[in-house]
Design a protein around this ligand. Structure first.
Ligand code: EPU
Length: 420
C-alpha cells in the first residue's frame, strides 16, 4: 500500500505547469470512437483514468498508441460494442461516454453500470432520456446498460439539470444522427466546449457549446485525420491557486485559462488573497494574511465548481471566523471534513451544508483519501499543517492528478510517496 508522508508548515512558492483537463480527456477519448479514421490527441494527462480508458477503447477494437509523452494516436476505423469491455467499464464513471459514441457510430452500445467517486447517488436518467428521444431503446439490467437503435433522428432535448455527463453523451449520440438535435439547458463547463471543439475539428457540426443552447447538425461521417490539443485542467489550476492561499505562499500557475477560473479568483480576493491574471495564460496567486471567512455555494459553471469545494474547505478550516459551504451538486461531498477534523479542524457537516469554525492552524495526523478531490485537499491541508501527515488511499488521487507529488515538491513541499 502506498501513502504520502508530508512534513508541513512551509509556504508553497514557485511555478507549476498545469496538465490537460482530466474531465475533457475522458470524454474526448471515447468521442474518437465516432471517427471512421485516424486522429491524434495532444496534451493528454498521464493519469490512471486515461490509462484505463485506453484499455476500454482497445476492447472496442480501437488501435491506441502513446505517440508522445502526452500524445495519443487512435485508429478507430474498426470499432464495435463488445462485452469484453463490461468489467473495465464498471471501474469508472466516464466509461459511460462510450455509450453515446458507440450508439452514434454502431447503433448498439453496452457498458457495465459505471462506478466512480462515491459522492452520493449518481443517476444517469438524463443520459437515457436523451438517447431515447433520439430514437434509441435503452435497457438497464443485470449490471449493464445496453442501448440500441435502428436509426437516430435529431430532436429537441431539454435537460432538467445542466448535467455535464448528459450534455456530452447526448452530443456524442447526436453527431451522426439524421437532422438537427437541440439541447436546451446544457452544462457549460469548459470541457463541454472542448469536446465540441474536438468533434468539430474531426468533421462534426456542433454550435453553441458553452451557451444555453447547443445545436448539433448531424453529419454522415467524421473522417478525423487531424490533431487536437486538450484544454488545460481548470480544476488542477484551481487546486494550486487554493494551495497558495492555504500555505500563505506565492504560486504562478502556468498553462491555464484565467477566464475558466473567475469564480475561484473572486473567492480568493474575498478571502484577502492576491491575484495577477493579466498575462492571459497564467495566474499568480499570493497571500500574506490569514484568510477571511466566506460563504460559498457550489454551482454548475460559471459558478464555483464542486470539484474545488474540498480544496477551498481546507482554506476555510483556518480562516478568521465562521464560514459556510453549501454543496448543491453532490449529496455526499463532505467526507473529507471528517479527515480534516482529525487534523484539528472544527467542521460540522450535515447533509449538503458544512460550517467551518476557523482554527489558528492544523496539525499532522494519519488521514484517508475518500475521493479524488478530497485527496488533493488533504495534500494542501498537510502542506499547511504543523508536523507530519500521512495520507492513505492514493489511488483516488492518481486517477486525476498527474505527477502531483513532483508538482508540490517543486513548490517547496516536503512530500514523499512511500510503499508500506
Ligand atoms: N444528475 C441527474 N441525472 C443525470 C445526470 C446527473 O440527476 O442523468 C445530477 C447528479 O446527480 C448531480 C448533478 O446532476 O447532482 C450534476 O451531475 P453531472 O452529470 O453534471 O456530473 P457528472 O457528469 O457525473 C462531472 C464530473 C465531476 C463533476 C461534475 C459536476 C466528469 C467525468 N465528472 O460529473 O467530476 O463533479 O461533472 O461538475 O466529468 C471530479 O472530477 O472529481 C468529478 C467528480
Amino acid at each position: 500500500m502506498e501513502k504520502f508522508i508530508v512534513k508541513g508548515g512551509t509556504p508553497l512558492k514557485g511555478e507549476v505547469k498545469i496538465s490537460g483537463a482530466k474531465n475533457a480527456a475522458v470524454a474526448i477519448l471515447p468521442a474518437a470512437l465516432l471517427i471512421d479514421g485516424v486522429c491524434t490527441i495532444d496534451n493528454i494527462p498521464n493519469i490512471s483514468d486515461i490509462r484505463l480508458y485506453i484499455d476500454i477503447l482497445r476492447s472496442f477494437g480501437a488501435k491506441v498508441e502513446w505517440t508522445g509523452q502526452h500524445e495519443i494516436t487512435l485508429d478507430t476505423r474498426n470499432v464495435c460494442a463488445s462485452d469484453k469491455s463490461l468489467e473495465l467499464t464498471r471501474k469508472f464513471r466516464a466509461s459511460y461516454y462510450s455509450l453515446g459514441s458507440l450508439l452514434g457510430r454502431c447503433k448498439m452500445a453496452q457498458v457495465g453500470i459505471p462506478g466512480g467517486c462515491n459522492l452520493g447517488a449518481r443517476p444517469i436518467d438524463l443520459h437515457i432520456k436523451g438517447f431515447e428521444a433520439l430514437g434509441a431503446t435503452v435497457d438497464v439490467s443485470h449490471g449493464k446498460i445496453v442501448a440500441t437503435a435502428d436509426k437516430l433522428v435529431g430532436t429537441s432535448i431539454y435537460l432538467d439539470i445542466p448535467s455535464v455527463g448528459a450534455t456530452i453523451n447526448v452530443m456524442l449520440a447526436a453527431v451522426l444522427a439524421k437532422g438537427t438535435t437541440i439541447i436546451d439547458n446544457p452544462a457549460k463547463e469548459p470541457h463541454i466546449v472542448d469536446v465540441a471543439n474536438f468533434l468539430n475539428t474531426m468533421g462534426a457540426d456542433i454550435r453553441g457549446a458553452g451557451t444555453d443552447v447547443i445545436k448539433i447538425h448531424g453529419v454522415k461521417k467524421l473522417s478525423g485525420g487531424k490533431t487536437y490539443s486538450v484544454v488545460p485542467d481548470q480544476i488542477e489550476a484551481g487546486t494550486f491557486m487554493l494551495a497558495a492561499v492555504a500555505t500563505k505562499g506565492d504560486i504562478t500557475i502556468k498553462n491555464c485559462i484565467p477566464e475558466h477560473l473567475e469564480s475561484v479568483t473572486a473567492k480568493i480576493i474575498e478571502m484577502g488573497g492576491n491575484i495577477d491574471d493579466s498575462k492571459g495564460d497564467e495566474i499568480r496567486v499570493w497571500c500574506n494574511q490569514r484568510p477571511s471567512k466566506l460563504t460559498i455555494k457550489t454551482l454548475p459553471y460559471p459558478g464555483f465548481p464542486t470539484d474545488l469545494q474540498p480544496q477551498i474547505g481546507v482554506v476555510l478550516s483556518v480562516a478568521d471566523g465562521t464560514s459556510i459551504i453549501n454543496e448543491s451538486i453532490w449529496e455526499s461531498r463532505f467526507q473529507y471534513t471528517v479527515e480534516l477534523n482529525k487534523m484539528g479542524a472544527q467542521i460540522t457537516a450535515q447533509g449538503q451544508t458544512a460550517i467551518f469554525e476557523g482554527v489558528e492552524s492544523l496539525y499532522g495526523a494519519p488521514v484517508y483519501t475518500t475521493d479524488l478531490r478530497a485527496g488533493a485537499a488533504l495534500i494542501i491541508a498537510a502542506c499547511m499543517a504543523q508536523g507530519t501527515t500521512e495520507i492513505y488511499n492514493l489511488s483516488h488521487i492518481d486517477r486525476g492528478y498527474e505527477n502531483i507529488e513532483d508538482k508540490f515538491r517543486a513548490l517547496g513541499a516536503n512530500i514523499e510517496r512511500v510503499t508500506e
